[in-house]
Write a protein that binds this ligand. Structure first.
Ligand code: Z57
Length: 792
């Protein structure tokens, strides 16, 4: 791939004329964005076509995911194609700033949070390392809702992300598939996006399916004045992929959701099977498993297991036995959570409503499960516990584990909990299936692209930019931990990124924050187990102390939040209102001399994260031990040098292990300790015995903070102190960990005060972040699960 300045200039002019009937220089910024992306697509399309042809007969893995949280693509694609600087200079000559053009791009937010962003990081890392990994998913017309605050309450609006123009995908009409539901037949139309590897010429593919009507328009109905009826089929078909369900880690037992899942896996499997038939002469599918490996991203695509068996059995006339064995070799399953409320269970009725034949096949699989366990010597109760079909519902995780070749968790601690607690009976039956694959994030987007200043610094220090591809080399930064001039230079860069964020905060919230203050950041989805409430209550505590004595803390603090709550998650929305209230009261209180400021940024998303991670001093990773499967934001912060203040949970454990506990701040009870406390846990006692905790909690009820009669604050208060509906009070041990968190927070001031010590700790976190590159994760999947070789 050889993209030169001349070729680019020629294409820019061409697309300006072709698309807009204008010269490039007369385009609006938005049109310029389109002309640039179209030029990139045009200049890479020959290579892409050639590679699709070449790869058609190679072994591939397919990542099946209901979510791909891509964000913007322009900057990252230019970086990976090795032409970021070239395009930057062309635009500068024309009087434009590349960042302004990048800001024209809408985020492709086809995912909720960690799980969807992980899928996007994985595709990028696979391409960059030359592994044949393609993505299959859903092209939602409406991505994750946009969040804004109205009187401090979360409000939502639609995210019509592709309405102007989505330049990164090609609609491939000839690859359309037909999807048959019990009461509906629709067309699945593929949209293909290129995934560019980092400076290696590799292009992989993400194929997203959009639902369309087989017959768009019923002319006879129209003639009979039935105008709605004439387009009913079109609307009903398009409803299928209209909107992403906005729940992260919450189950939604709706027919439309299971239909979405069946829709995209059926289309993807039909695609894989038909390509196999086109490229190989193997009517019995004897060698199918030598070319195909499928990763199921959580239970969302698990209905693909019976669907593949259906296709092989009913359409390709392979026996059930053989079809089942093929499925067993091909599928692998990743579990991302142990939260009960996130585990997918579908009623038999809903599966039947979706596809009666798939339900029959699930029952045949269930039969096999029972036989196999019986032959292994399992007793009836033990078998019943592991059944796929229980009380008229289908347990998708059980189906996935039984049929999959490998089952993995996403961090060491999480995988151990799966093996020893959540899935211990499965582990007992099939120990060889279980494996850990600790998550990672791509350093190209999260460090090289979003923190160019720091990346240049690393180049200079290491005297090479090889670390950009081989991230293990980042370890060499350790050499500079004691070098004062290097640390000063490093702190200057951190300061610059903080100033940039300060400007964004001013623009978007109107709040003035001091870039010299400590930036303490918690950005992630809003969920009780993530305990934004612990952070909030601690801020209230600090505020109360400062009211008594404004010198209670020496270092100025800025607390920064970003979080979307699922629209139907009342308690999560209550916490947003609470934090917004805290911010309003504290930011306007003259008594405390601006010692602390609280900022809740609206609409946290990938492109905002890119500006936040590089500007953070302390990264809040404070989930209840055992509840956060891995976390990936923690890794993005670490790569940019933030110090983790965190519990012993998810991948935090491995962060502490790699970067050293002395370079981070660990607090809170461990999983084992919480298990012991659980039976006799009494949060009310803690509340009564500590006046500061009591005051912080009482601020919810006293009118100090106001919820506009929504009863939201009462709900939060009750959640901490009252058991309700079978749930114990304070399910997530906020009060239990409060004291320990308070001490950890004190340590933050102490650490920050000593600049050199602080800078050294930050630097050592970066130097030890190699393990958290998704390049490492993908290599493990490729070698141990997918059996892929690198084509680099
Ligand atoms: C989701 O974002 C995650 C798990 C889920 O079951 C669903 Br549904 C959505 C997250 C976990 O909460 C994170 O801890 C983890 O890092 C991420 O998935 C990627 O594995």
């Amino acid at each position: 791939m050889d993209i030169t300045k001349d070729k680019l200039l020629e294409k820019l002019e061409f697309f300006s004329n072709f698309k807009f009937n204008k010269n490039y220089n007369d385009l609006t910024k938005e049109e310029k964005f389109v002309a640039i992306t179209d030029s990139i697509m045009a200049l890479t399309s020959k290579d892409w076509t050639d590679q699709l042809g070449k790869k058609a007969r190679q072994r591939k893995a397919y990542y099946f995911s209901a979510e791909f949280l891509i964000g913007r693509s322009l900057g990252n694609n230019l970086l990976n194609l090795g032409i970021y600087d070239l395009v930057n200079s062309i635009l500068e000559e024309k009087g434009d700033r590349i960042k302004d053009i990048e800001n024209e791009e809408e985020d492709a937010a086809l995912g909720n949070g960690g799980l969807g962003r992980l899928a996007a990081c994985f595709l990028e890392s696979a391409a960059s390392q030359g592994f044949n990994l393609d993505g299959y998913g859903i092209r939602y017309s409406e991505g994750l809702f946009k969040q804004f605050f109205k009187d401090g309450f979360q409000a939502e609006e639609g995210d019509d992300w592709s309405s102007f123009y989505n330049p990164w995908s090609k609609r491939i009409v000839s690859d359309e598939k037909i999807i048959k539901f019990k009461n509906q037949t629709v067309k699945a139309c593929p949209y293909d996006m290129p995934i560019f590897g980092y400076k290696n010429g590799q292009i992989n593919r993400l194929r997203l399916w959009q639902a369309e009507a087989v017959n768009e328009f019923d002319f006879n109905r129209f003639n009979n004045f039935d105008y709605d009826g004439a387009v009913r089929e079109k609307n009903e078909a398009e409803d299928l992929t209209r909107v992403l369900y906005p729940n992260d880690e919450r189950r939604e037992g709706k027919l439309l959701r299971i239909k979405q899942q069946y829709f995209f896996v059926s289309a993807s499997l039909q695609d894989i099977v038909s390509n196999y038939k086109k490229n190989f002469d193997d009517k019995e599918f004897k060698h199918f498993h030598e070319y195909v490996s499928i990763q199921l991203n959580d239970t969302h695509p698990v209905i693909g297991i019976p669907e593949l068996i259906r296709i092989l059995l009913d359409e390709e006339k392979i026996s059930f036995e053989d079809s089942f064995n093929i499925a067993r070799k091909i599928f692998n399953f990743t579990n991302h959570t142990i939260l009960r409320e996130a585990m997918e269970v579908w009623s038999v009725d809903l599966i039947d409503e979706t596809s009666p034949r798939v339900l029959e096949i699930i029952q045949m699989i269930e039969q096999r499960l029972v036989e196999e366990l019986y032959n292994k010597g399992f007793k009836e109760e033990e078998i019943n516990f592991l059944r796929i079909v229980k009380d008229d519902s289908i347990h998708m995780a059980n189906l996935a584990i039984f049929v999959s070749n490998k089952v993995n968790g996403v961090a060491e601690l999480h995988t151990n909990i799966l093996k020893n607690e959540t899935l211990k009976d499965w582990y007992g039956a099939y120990p060889y299936k279980f494996t850990n694959k600790t998550n990672g994030v791509t350093q190209r987007r999260w460090l090289i692209y979003s923190n160019m200043e720091l990346s240049d610094f690393i180049d200079r220090k290491l005297g090479s930019n090889e670390w950009r591809e081989d991230f293990s080399k980042i370890k060499e930064l350790e050499k500079f931990a004691e070098d004062e001039p290097s640390i000063r230079e490093f702190l200057e860069i951190r300061k610059k990124k903080k100033i940039e964020l300060t400007e964004i905060i001013k623009e978007t919230t109107g709040i003035d924050v001091d870039p010299n203050s400590i930036f303490d950041v918690q950005v992630k989805r809003l969920h009780e187990y993530k305990r934004q409430l612990l952070n909030a209550l601690h801020i209230v505590y600090l505020y109360h102390r400062l009211k008594e004595d404004k010198n209670f803390i020496s270092e100025k603090r800025t607390f920064i939040f970003g979080a979307k709550a699922a629209p139907a998650y009342f308690r999560a929305k209550a916490v947003i209102k609470f934090i917004n209230e805290i911010a309003r009261v504290i930011n306007n209180d003259k008594d405390i001399d601006g010692k602390i400021k609280v900022v809740f940024l609206e609409n946290f998303r990938v492109s905002l994260g890119e500006k936040i991670y590089p500007a953070c001093d302390f990264s809040e990773q404070i989930s209840t031990a055992g509840k956060e499967a891995s976390g990936t934001g923690n890794m993005k912060f670490m790569m940019n040098g933030a110090i983790t203040i965190g519990t012993y949970d998810g991948a935090n454990v491995e962060i502490f292990e790699k970067a050293g506990e002395e370079n981070n701040i660990r607090f809170g009870k461990t999983v084992e300790e919480l298990m012991e406390i659980k039976p006799n846990y009494d949060p009310y006692k803690i509340y009564q015995e500590d006046i500061y905790i009591k005051n912080a909690l009482d601020s919810l009820m006293s009118g100090e903070f106001k919820d506009n009669e929504s009863y939201m604050f009462l709900d939060i208060y009750n959640s901490l102190l009252k058991s309700e509906g079978g749930d114990r009070a304070d399910r997530y041990f906020v009060l239990e960990d409060f004291e320990s968190y308070r001490k950890a927070q004190e340590k933050i001031s102490e650490v920050y005060k000593d600049e050199m010590r602080f800078g050294k700790m930050c630097l050592l976190n970066i130097a030890n972040s190699a393990y958290f590159s998704s390049d490492r994760t993908i290599r493990e999947y490729a070698e141990e699960i997918w059996k892929l070789e690198s084509h680099n």
